[in-house]
Design a protein around this ligand. Structure first.
Ligand code: ATP
Ligand code: MG
Length: 270
């Protein structure tokens, strides 16, 4: 559990994001050896997803959170590139619709949770309800401050029903965000990714950091841990996320089910 151990947020710890190096690569270099390791991890994930589906007793939920340009989309594109599309469902959470707002904040997340045998990926999640909602005061404090406990109870319910939960924060520096925004301005194939809202949100960087730090100290649990992934280097981010997912699935001791009609014999009729 090398990568998991390195980046997990243990329960009851206070995180200061500014103290965590977003350029960390644990000594890995962006070379052919690292690429080969990532390729192997991506292949292994495919085999493990096959086993998860064959067993169909458990589900895996991967939650991705990051600041704008933090790399949620790129992580999904790379890390899941080897997985059978039938075994994996990605849900992107945007501003809630009128219908979603007419329900409790966890309703839309619960609807999107993976069924047994499946990997579910949340691109943003119910954590937005204690992040953007808190930073922009979209609901009063007495409402959002209750949500940490509500989220913990919700994730406990999922875990008790055989859903393994992994939560990743893709940690980039404010400087790296600026570099990525500039790249999006300069590159015509990336212009479309930028919105005025991205620049506006950047003004609230420190408020977001504070809101994230509260999320980590209040909502990391043994059954649904947070991992803070140094993400200034995209190749390292992909390696770390992929390795943690593989390490976790490996540790679940999944078994192929015994044939329902055993013992199986080859059909000898012609
Ligand atoms: P990309 O920009 O890469 O397409 P994105 O996830 O940033 O991906 P956008 O459509 O740009 O997608 O942004 C979605 C917006 O919806 C974000 O600003 C996010 O904070 C907001 N959002 C998500 N959940 C909620 C929520 N519960 N309440 C209010 N706003 C939310
Ligand atoms: Mg966006």
């Amino acid at each position: 559990m090398k990568f998991a151990k390195q980046f997990i947020v243990e329960p009851d710890t206070k995180v200061k994001l500014a103290d965590l190096d977003s350029e960390q690569t644990l000594g890995y270099k962006n070379d052919a050896k690292t690429q080969a390791k990532l390729d192997k991890s991506i292949q292994r994930l495919d085999a493990l997803q096959y086993l998860l589906f064959a067993e169909s007793k458990r589900a895996l939920l991967v939650i991705l959170q990051a600041m704008d340009a933090g790399g949620k989309d790129g992580t999904i594109r790379h890390v899941m590139s080897g997985v059978n599309p039938q075994g994996c469902k990605v849900t992107s959470f945007k501003e809630p619709s009128a219908k979603e707002l007419a329900h409790d904040f966890l309703w839309r997340s619960h609807l999107a949770t993976p069924e047994k045998g499946m990997i579910g990926i949340f691109n943003r999640s119910h954590y937005e309800d204690v992040l953007v909602v808190r930073v922009h005061k979209l609901v009063p404090k007495q409402i959002w401050k209750e949500r940490y406990a509500q989220i913990n109870a919700f994730e406990r319910l999922l875990a008790d029903n055989n859903t393994k939960i992994l939560k990743f924060y893709l940690h980039i520096s404010k400087k790296e965000q600026k570099r990525r925004f500039d790249e999006r301005v300069d590159d015509p194939t990336k212009n479309w990714k930028l919105s005025a809202a991205d620049f506006a949100e950047r003004q609230f960087w420190s408020e977001y950091m504070e809101a994230y730090e509260d999320v980590f100290s209040r909502c990391t649990t043994a059954h649904a841990p947070w991992f803070i992934i140094p993400s200034d280097h995209k190749w390292f981010r992909n390696l770390a996320v992929s390795s943690i997912i593989v390490e976790t699935l490996e540790s679940m001791d999944m078994q192929f089910p015994r044939p329902a009609i055993g013992p199986l014999k080859r059909d000898s009729s012609s």
